[in-house]
Design a protein around this ligand. Structure first.
Ligand code: ADP
Ligand code: MG
Length: 338
């Protein structure tokens, strides 16, 4: 049995005819870090709140560490589920010191044990020496580490984090992705992280769950998700891509598209009439002897690479988007290059 099992979870809110989450199934192993990834309103927070016990599903079951915490006839209250929650705004108590904030969730422990455990987790998150400060005397990244320390202090079965990086600026965000993953790994904790940002999800998790309109689209490790997206939504949501519609040949190798014939790297397994091809921008190269000819209509300097928008010559329909291609920064490209 998996460490966390979500079976057929469905949630309707009274004022909406569409469910916020529909028949969601997910198995999570002990020690795994999972991201729920999807656009705003797709049901990520609702899923997290159902696991935490703040929201009751209309259908389904939740098991954590072999124990049924929710079914249609039974619901364990949030404080008995063994969950550590890190809220988007950190929810630290401003009038309490860092030490008191972290000790707060340990109410059944003796005063000595509380203090010892709080010091232990503050050390784990790299904040030893900050015990006597108040939240306002810390940076955003430090406040987040306090919130994580407070969630980890009671040794929860699972840590839930809702949009943990969204209040941080770009540089700090990258550092915190690294820090949070390190802390969770060191604590050997199972974690579910909600984010709408593909880079967050890919950087921190073992597996990513992409959701749309309350429905899981794909569950996969980041690399597999990027290389083998299950549908057009996933292909476009995780990274940039060029989507082409085509017809498959009997050989299951060649796809006829509006820009011409595209040969697949390996034979497809089944005959499909109409197909969608997702071609990543880094999968195309600008050379003088390629399979397609075109004109560069726009060049954007991306720092690590150049983004080229190329209108292919055998593309008769000018309303269609030009192809996006990444070129190395040192490649000489000018608008109009053919
Ligand atoms: P996400 O976290 O992915 O942005 P949410 O889980 O917050 O999405 O919301 C999913 C859907 O459920 C949205 O359509 C949202 O408007 C709706 N919703 C969320 N919470 C409530 C609520 N308390 N009452 C009514 N509708 C809600
Ligand atoms: Mg949300």
């Amino acid at each position: 049995m998996s460490f966390i099992q979500l079976n057929n979870l469905t949630k309707y809110f009274h004022d909406s005819s569409n469910p916020a989450v529909t028949a969601l199934n997910l198995d999570i192993q002990k020690g795994e870090i999972i991201s729920l990834l999807g656009p705003s309103g797709c049901g990520k927070t609702t899923t997290l709140r159902m696991i935490a016990g703040f929201e009751h599903p209309n259908k389904g079951e939740i098991h954590i560490d072999g124990k049924e915490v929710f079914s249609e006839t039974h619901s364990l209250p949030p404080e008995k589920r063994g969950i550590g929650m890190v809220f988007q705004d950190y929810a630290l108590f401003p009038h309490m010191t860092i030490l008191k904030n972290v000790m707060f969730g340990l109410n059944k422990w003796s005063a000595r044990q509380k203090k010892q455990r709080a010091k232990e987790v503050l050390e784990l998150v790299g904040l030893e020496g900050y015990e006597k400060r108040y939240p306002t005397q810390l940076s955003g990244g430090q406040q987040q580490r306090v919130a994580l320390a407070r969630a980890l202090a009671p040794n929860p079965h699972v840590v839930l984090m809702d949009e943990p990086f969204s209040n941080l600026d770009a540089g700090l965000r990258e550092k915190m992705r690294f820090d949070v993953t390190n802390i969770l790994r060191k604590a050997n904790t199972t974690a579910i992280i909600v984010t709408h940002d593909q880079k967050d999800a890919f950087a921190v998790s073992d597996r990513v769950v992409v959701m749309k309109d309350g429905v899981i689209q794909q569950i996969a490790a980041p690399k597999e998700m990027y290389r083998c997206p299950k549908n057009c939504f996933v292909a476009q949501f995780v990274g940039k891509t060029n989507l082409l519609t085509g017809r498959m040949d009997d050989d299951l190798m060649n796809i006829h598209t509006h820009i011409g014939k595209v040969t697949l790297p390996e034979q497809w397994q089944e005959r499909l009439e109409t197909v969608k091809l997702s071609i990543r921008p880094e999968g195309c190269h600008l050379t003088d002897q390629g399979a397609f000819c075109g004109e560069v209509v726009r060049v954007t300097y991306g720092g690590e690479y150049q983004e080229l928008y190329v209108r292919l010559h055998n593309e008769p329909n000018l309303s269609k988007e030009p192809m996006l291609i990444y070129a190395p920064i040192d490649q000489d490209v000018e608008i109009g290059t053919i």
